[in-house]
Design a protein around this ligand. Sequence first.
Ligand code: UDP
Length: 340
Amino acid sequence: MILVVGGAGYIGSHTVKELVRKNKRVIVLDNLSTGHQEAVDETAIFINGDLGDKKVLSHIFTEYPVQAVMHFAANSLVGESVTNPLKYYVNNVAATLTLLETMLDYGVKKFIFSSTAATYGIPKQIPITEKTPTNPINPYGKSKLMVEQIVQDFSEAYGLEYTVLRYFNAAGADGTGLIGEDHDPETHLIPIVLQHLLGQREQISVFGIDYPTEDGTCIRDYIHVIDLAQAHILALSAMLDSKEKGLVQRTYNLGNGQGYSVKEIIRKCEEVTGRKANIHYGPRRAGDPAVLIASANKIENELGWKPAYELENIINTAWNWHKNHPTGYEKMKGSYVHEG
Ligand code: UDP
C-alpha cells in the first residue's frame, strides 16, 4: 500500500487518482487544513489526522503494509512564510521529521517528497537544472530545502531511499472534471484569471510590468497537475523495482521547459474561454523572480518522464473544473463518505 500524506490537497488528490487508476491501494493522511475530503478518490482509505502526530502514524504503519510514502502535505504561501516563519518550520520541517522518524521506526524506507522551484531562489541561469545552486529567498523555499537535506542525511545514515520532485508552476485539473484546484485564499495566476473570467473577481492584477522580459511581465513554467502525478507514479515504480541497484537518492525538476509570461497566460485564458479580461497593471509582488523555466531532462533521461500536456490543455481542464465548480468543493460537501 502507498501512504499519501496530504492526499486531499491539489497535487496530492490528483496523484491519488492516478495511483488508483494504476490499481495501487492507497491510504490518505490529511488534516484537511487546506485540503478537501471530497477530493480524495472514493476507493482510498481516508484518515483525518496530522503528519506530526506520532500516534496516528504508528496506527497507520501498524495496521497497513505501507511500502512507500508520498509526502505532499505542506503550507505553501510564500508571503505568509515571510510573516509567519514559525508556522512553516513547524508544519513543513518539524512535522516531516516526525513522519520520517516513524517511518524508520517501522522500517518503511521509501519516500517521495514534494519540493519546489522555490529552492532555487533567483537563479543565475535559465533553464534551471538540478545542478543550479539552491538559494531559497523565503522561509517556504528554505523549509523545503531543509527537508531535502534531512532526507539526504537520513539516506546516508539510515538507508532511507528518496526521490525529491521539485515542481515548477502546477496548474490544470483532472480530465474527468471531478477534482481540481481549490485554494483559500487563491494566489495562483491561472485560477485567479479563470475566477475573474467567471465573474467572481472584478479584475486581474498583473504584478509588475517592468521585469527584464520581452513584455515586462514574469515568465513561468506551467506544468499540468496530471503530468506531475505521472512523475510520482514513475518515481514510485523505480523505487519499488527490485532490479534497482544501490540506494535510490534522486532529485528531479518537473516542468515543461517552456516559459509563458503573465500577459501570455491571460491572453490564452481569454482565448480558451472566449471571454475578455479586465486587467489592472500593478506593482511587483515581493520576492518574484523574473524568469523560472525548468530543464526536466534528468527525469526524462533516467525515468522516461515527458510532459504530455501543453498550456492549452492545462487551461482547458482548469476552466472545465472552475466552470462546473464555481465554489470549488463547497457545494459537493457531504456527497462522499469515507472510512477512517
Ligand atoms: N501573478 C500576477 N497576478 C496574480 C497572481 C500571480 O501577476 O494575481 C503573477 C506572479 O507575480 C508570478 C506569476 O503570476 O509572476 C505566477 O504566480 P503564481 O502565484 O501563480 O506562482 P509562483 O510562480 O509565484 O509560484
